[in-house]
Each structure stands twice: as structure tokens, then as C-alpha cells.
Design a protein around this ligand. Structure first.
Ligand code: ADP
Ligand code: ZN
Ligand code: ZN
Length: 726
């Protein structure tokens, strides 16, 4: 008897699949990865076949049959990957499987291919035109039009008003024409930005890099993990392109991961320009139909290279030979919702299973990758352009708003107009000012639902960056009545004003406020590109991905902003941000210059970035991590609890802590529960675990979470685990 083990796609932790179903012969085509509609108690649910078996533990007479099978399913190796993600990130099988299913399938409605009706003239039709058979005027007109198509099938739409369904049906019945419905691909509209460079002759270090990838592709067994390190503009993307072409030549497919697609349109465009139709692009900006078609093209092997953000790691690429992770240091590779997977770790797992080569690339790699992957260096910039000179500007004795820009910054900005050059300016946060404070009594303004400072925005409003709540700006302090209210700190809007005042140039702002609307991001960049001389100001977004040849100046307004985060990755982030901004400057034929304003000019990441010294910074950072036992010398996990009622939450957090303490090995550190600031009116607590091995954390957390799922004290408490948190 054929048995299908089915994991129902319900998110409950309590329901433990898989469940066995009997497969009668009409379900012959069902395989691992098939999506079934199955009876479940009194309901019908969607489920995924995770295993086929000969027999079941359950009495055969009690087994029921599926109701139906969906046409689309996932390849078996992706089912295994989805279940692995669920296990490794302490999520549910349903959530893990949803990641790997064809678009729409998890909801039971896999998007169908779009069909187009095509009509072709048959020999009898040609004979009829020659007078052999009687034809109505409409029929004759259709046949005449088809005769012009020289035997090719014409889209019914092209026959205009002539091709009424009825006319076609009559003609087809007499075998004068053939009518067929063929799939029509919904092609995603590309948004090319700037010209895609043509073929370049790889330089020596690029050729060596490609050689290393090819050697790895040709080695049987094993799955080498390579780190391609080279400054921005060193030609890494050219190496990825050549590596993908090499994989294709060997009959193998490739996945190319890029940070958020909005930040990497140029990379995507270069892959499409070089590899054409063999590239499928997967991202959230596609319509449901486009996404389904791109997925299907990969699944069938019509396209062999998938390019997309983190979720593209689950693309159905067969005979996978290569996985590229562009800008591997980017935080967007970590998913923030359940399952909180890290696409870089999933990539390692998938590459290992497929015996594929992993190539992670960055100008500012993570210390983890620096320590763990096999390194390939690209020397200097591919175009021969020099790296910009980085100048650190000490801001320590400049209080007040005049102090926002250093006089050397102002001088450099003023010079832009004369030079006909552009600048990119990195400011800390969006909005006008991060805090309001009453000068008389010191009162601050916080979000009533989130315990964080409300940010002053223009047009005048106070906004919470966590929940989006907006309030009017107060005229006076409600506590003491004072009308003297100070604006503390500078957001992008205020920096924009200061820049406009300092330099008589167009200032274009790019942050999530300005780029919120779909397509706005690309429009802003296009505007900046059009201007002969201009300034682009914004949050971290401005330091990523773009290649504008006429940028000659980069400015970091407050380099300490990222350093102030109480996070062991603060140094790493600060270094990466400055180095990435430096990478945007001086990429054309003019040398670039970078000004870094800071209150901590001697800070290690700032000093190292000023020397363009990634190896030096990474070596010292790894030393520090080793001493403090931080990743990669340990593994961290976070368990977050959230609830509306604080007392319930505290009890649940204490209960979960006790449960974890019983389950973890004695050498695992368990910290908390510690309070986190409220978010959207919900109180939050956090437990932190630190262990030498990931395994020591995953199993106990999963056990504790499963137990919590059924415990009465956890009603109304949301619990989520985050392994290797950012
Ligand atoms: P990265 O990905 O490291 O930032 P890119 O591959 O985007 O670098 O290359 C940076 C610039 O240098 C691009 O404009 C690219 O066309 C050019 N380039 C890359 N390799 C070469 C080469 N071998 N010869 C000439 N120009 C090159
Ligand atoms: Zn006051
Ligand atoms: Zn809020």
C-alpha cells in the first residue's frame, strides 16, 4: 500500500505532523513535495508530502485518502531544506515548508500559467482558400490573415475582431485551422539604472578568482566555501558573472543572492544583460503571476540562474553548482519574521547538500566569514581608480546646530559646484530631530505604546518609528507649561537643510520616508544621476549598491551613531558603513575624498576604515570576539516573549527560563529575563543563551517552546526564538 506522510500547513505548534494518508492509484503522480488537500478531523487542510512509505503504524482501515492534489509542488531536496530550516531556527514544519513551495501553493492556490490562444492554418485551410471548400466571409478573412503568417501560429488576439471564438471553433472542427492554448510568460519589467557594462577583459586577480571557482566546480565531492574579498569596485561582480557562466557551461545551475532588490538593481541588470533568458529574477516587487512564471521557469530548467534577495535561496534550481552571496555582510540576509532564518547559513547548507560551490563576496566581510571561509583576494579597483582619501574630522568642541557640519565639510561641499561633482552624505536617522526635550523641566516625548522617543518630522508631527503613530507637535510642555522646547539631535531632514544652506546645489534625500512608495527609490536615484552636480543625503541606504561615476565626495555626519548601539556588532557595522561609503566615492576618473565626522576619532573601526584596512580591522575584531567569547567563537540565541498583560508575561518568562535551565547543558550561559522596550502596546521580555555549539541551543529551545505551546500560563503570550540574532 502507498502511504503519504503529510505535514499540514497549520501554524499551530501543538499539532505534530506528519500524518499518514492512504494513496489510491489515482494519486500515482504524488511524490515528496506534492501539495495535497487532505481531510483533517472535520476540516480540510492543505498539506505537503514529506515522505512516501510502504506501510503505516496506523491500522490501515483507519487511514483516509487525500481529497485532491494540487498541480504544483516543490522538489524533494527543497522539502528537506524547508524542514531543516524549521528545525534549525526552532520554527514549525509548516512555516519551513511554506518557504519552499511554489508561489501561492501554501494557500492552496498555486498561480496558474497564463495561457494564450494560438491559431495556425492547416493544409485543408489553405486548400479551402484556393477554392476547394465553401467559406463564410468571416471564415475566409481569418484564413487569409493566417495565410500571411507563413504557417506559423498566430496569437488569436492578433486576428482582431475577426477571430470570434465561434468562428474559430467552426474552422477547427473542419480541420481548416488548429487552435491551441500555449503558456505565455509574464515577463517582469526590469528597471535598469545606468548602463550595463559590456564584456570586460578580466584582470589577473579576477582570472585567478574565477580559476579558483572553476577548480572548485570541477572537484568532485565536497562543497568549497569561498570568500571573495576586494574593495568596492575591485570587480567582484565580474567574477560572479564569469562563475555563473562557468557553472552553466558545466550543465549546472546557480543562485545569486543580492541584498534587497531595490538596493541592487544594477547587479540584477548586469546578470540579465550577460546571461539573458537563462536568468530568472525573484523578488517581492513582482506580481503574483510574474513570480509564479519565474518560479516555474526555474523548476522546469528553462532558466538556470536565480537572482534575488534572501528568499531566492529557496529557488527551485536543479543541478545546483554555484551559490553567490553578494555583499555578504548585509543584515537583510537575516529574515526578521518566523522562521528567522539566515539566508547565508541556509546557503551553506544547500550548497553542502548539492555539492555546490559557495562564493560569498564583500568589501567588508563579516568576521565570521573571514574566519571560516577560504579567502580569495581581488587587488585594488578594477578600473585602476585610486581609493579615496579618508579624513577623520574631530567634532568634539562644536556644540549646537552650527556644529552639524565641520568647516572642512562645508568647504568641500562648496567646492562641488566648481568641480561639477556629486556628494553622498550619510546621516543617522530619518526625520528632523530624534528627540524633543522641555528646556524648563526636562520632559521628553515618548510613544505611549512603545517606550521609545518620538521623532520630530516635517511637515510638523511627532512620529514613532516602531508603530508609525503620529501626534501633533506640542506648543507647550503639558507638565510645566513652558513654551521652550528643544530639538535634540539631527535627522536626515535637518541635515538636508544644513547641506542646502552650505552648498548652493540640489540636495536629494533618500530614506524610507522618501522612498516609501513603490518605485520612488529608483526615481530618487535617477534624479541624483541626472543632475550635473548634486548631493544625495540619507540613511544607510545611500551607502549601498549604487555606482555613480561622478561622486567625488562622501561624508559621514555622525560616525558614532552606529558605535553607540549596545551590541557586539557595533564596531563591525561602523567599519562597514564607512568603508562602504568610501567605496561609492571616486569610482570614475576623478579621485574621491571621504570626510568622517566623529566624536571618537581614535575609535578602532573609524581609524581602520580611514586606512582602508579591512584585514587589520577583522584581525583585531576577531581577537576581541575570541576574548569575549562572541560569535564566531560561540553561538547566541534569543528567546523573545511578548504579551499585553505584564504579570502574565513575567510569569511565562520565568517559567520558560526554568524550563530552559533544565534542558541546557551546564556550560551554556542563560541570561534574563530582561525587559525590552514595549512595542505596539505589548510588553516584551528577552532570554539570552550563549553556547559553544549551535546544537546545544537549538534542541533545548525547541523543547521549551513546544512545551510552552501547550502550557496554560502561555495563553496570550507570543514566544519566538532567534538563533544567531543580528
Ligand atoms: P565590485 O562588484 O567589486 O564593486 P564591479 O564588478 O562592479 O566591482 O566592477 C567595478 C567597475 O569596474 C565596473 O564598472 C566594472 O565594469 C569595471 N570592471 C570590472 N572588472 C574590470 C576589468 N577587468 N577591466 C575593466 N573594468 C572592469
Ligand atoms: Zn516642561
Ligand atoms: Zn510606537
Amino acid at each position: 500500500m502507498a502511504i503519504a506522510r503529510v505535514e499540514p500547513l497549520t501554524t499551530s505548534r501543538v499539532l505534530r505532523g506528519p500524518f499518514d494518508y492512504r494513496l489510491p492509484s489515482r494519486f500515482e503522480a504524488v511524490d515528496v513535495g506534492s501539495v495535497l488537500v487532505v481531510p483533517f478531523g472535520r476540516w480540510r487542510v492543505i498539506g505537503v508530502v514529506v515522505e512516501l512509505a510502504e506501510r503505516s503504524e496506523i491500522d490501515p482501515s483507519r487511514l483516509v485518502e487525500p481529497v485532491a492534489a494540487l498541480e504544483a509542488g516543490a522538489p524533494p531536496e527543497l522539502v528537506r531544506l524547508g524542514l531543516w530550516v524549521a528545525r534549525e531556527y526552532c520554527s514549525t514544519p509548516a512555516r519551513g515548508l511554506s518557504l519552499v513551495l511554489p508561489p501561492g501553493a501554501a494557500g492552496g492556490r498555486a498561480a496558474r500559467p497564463a495561457l494564450e490562444r494560438r491559431v495556425r492554418l492547416m493544409p485543408a485551410g489553405a486548400a479551402a482558400l484556393a477554392g476547394a471548400t465553401a467559406l463564410g466571409p468571416r471564415q475566409r478573412a481569418v484564413l487569409e490573415r493566417l495565410a500571411e503568417a507563413d504557417g506559423r501560429a498566430a496569437p488569436a488576439g492578433d486576428l482582431g475582431g475577426l477571430a470570434r471564438p465561434e468562428t474559430l471553433r467552426r474552422l477547427a472542427r473542419r480541420d481548416l485551422v488548429s487552435v491551441e492554448d500555449v503558456e505565455r510568460r509574464r515577463v517582469p519589467s526590469a528597471t535598469p539604472l545606468g548602463a550595463a557594462p559590456g564584456d570586460v577583459r578580466l584582470n589577473r586577480s579576477q582570472r585567478e578568482a574565477v580559476g579558483r571557482v572553476c577548480a572548485a566546480l570541477d572537484r568532485s565531492g565536497g562543497s568549497p566555501e569561498l570568500l571573495l574579498h576586494g574593495v568596492t569596485g575591485s570587480g567582484k561582480t565580474e567574477v560572479y558573472l564569469a562563475a555563473a557562466a562557468a557553472a552553466l557551461e558545466r550543465g549546472r545551475g546557480a543562485i545569486v543572492l543580492v541584498p534587497e532588490i531595490g538596493l541592487a538593481p544594477q547587479t540584477v541588470h548586469r546578470f540579465q544583460a550577460r546571461l539573458g533568458d537563462r536568468v530568472a529574477v525573484l523578488h517581492s516587487g513582482l506580481s503574483a503571476g510574474e513570480r509564479a512564471d519565474e518560479w516555474r521557469r526555474l523548476d522546469r530548467g528553462d532558466a538556470r540562474v536565480a537572482v534575488g534577495p534572501r528568499s531566492a535561496i529557496f529557488a527551485p534550481v536543479g543541478a545546483l553548482g554555484l551559490i553567490v552571496i553578494d555583499e555578504e555582510h548585509e543584515t537583510s540576509y537575516k529574515q526578521e519574521g518566523d522562521p528567522r532564518y539566515d539566508a547565508r547559513e541556509v546557503a551553506r547548507k544547500r550548497a553542502a547538500e548539492a555539492h555546490a560551490v559557495l562564493v560569498a563576496g564583500s568589501a567588508t566581510p563579516r568576521p565570521e566569514s573571514w574566519a571560516q571561509l577560504e579567502r580569495i583576494e581581488l587587488e585594488g579597483r578594477a578600473t585602476g581608480a585610486a581609493l579615496p582619501e579618508v579624513e577623520v574630522l574631530d567634532m568634539r568642541d562644536r556644540p549646537g546646530a552650527e556644529g552639524l557640519l565641520h568647516e572642512r565639510t562645508i568647504a568641500a561641499l562648496t567646492d562641488l559646484r566648481r568641480q561639477r561633482g556629486k556628494a553622498i552624505v550619510l546621516a543617522g536617522r530619518r526625520g528632523f530631530a530624534p528627540h524633543l526635550v522641555c528646556r524648563a523641566c526636562g520632559r521628553g516625548w515618548t510613544c505611549p505604546a512603545c517606550d521609545v522617543s518620538l521623532v520630530l518630522h516635517r511637515p510638523a508631527s511627532l512620529r514613532c518609528h516602531h508603530c508609525g503613530r503620529a501626534e501633533p507637535v506640542p506648543d507647550a510642555c503639558p507638565d510645566c507649561g513652558s513654551v521652550s522646547i528643544a530639538r535634540v539631535g539631527a535627522g536626515t531632514q535637518q541635515v538636508q537643510d544644513a547641506l542646502a544652506a552650505a552648498a548652493d546645489l540640489p540636495v536629494v534625500r533618500l530614506d524610507s520616508d522618501a522612498a516609501g512608495r513603490r518605485g520612488a527609490h529608483a526615481e530618487i536615484l535617477a534624479r541624483f544621476e541626472r543632475e550635473p552636480a548634486a548631493i544625495l543625503v540619507g540613511t544607510q541606504m545611500v551607502a549601498k549598491g549604487h555606482d555613480f561615476p561622478d561622486v567625488v565626495l562622501g561624508v559621514v555626519v555622525d560616525a558614532d551613531a552606529t558605535l553607540r548601539f549596545a551590541d557586539f556588532r557595533a564596531e563591525e557595522r561602523t567599519f562597514a558603513l564607512i568603508a562602504q561609503l568610501a567605496g561609492r566615492s571616486g569610482r570614475g576618473d576623478r579621485p574621491g575624498r571621504v570626510l568622517v565626522q566623529t566624536l571618537a576619532p581614535a575609535a578602532r573601526p573609524i581609524a581602520a576604515a580611514a586606512r582602508h584596512d579591512a584585514p587589520g580591522f577583522l584581525a583585531s575584531e576577531l581577537e576581541r570576539r575570541r576574548a569575549l567569547r562572541y560569535p564566531p567563537f560561540s553561538h547566541l540565541a534569543r528567546v523573545e516573549l511578548a504579551a499585553a498583560a505584564e504579570a502574565t508575561l513575567d510569569q511565562a518568562a520565568a517559567g520558560l527560563r526554568d524550563r530552559l535551565a533544565e534542558l541546557v547543558a551546564p556550560e551554556v550561559q542563560l541570561l534574563g529575563p530582561a525587559p525590552l522596550h514595549r512595542r505596539r502596546g505589548r510588553h516584551r521580555r528577552q532570554l539570552l543563551l550563549k553556547g559553544d555549539e549551535r546544537r546545544q541551543l537549538v534542541e533545548p529551545i525547541r523543547g521549551a517552546l513546544d512545551a510552552a505551546g501547550v502550557a496554560p500560563g502561555f495563553r496570550g503570550v507570543a514566544v519566538a526564538a532567534d538563533l544567531d540574532p543580528q
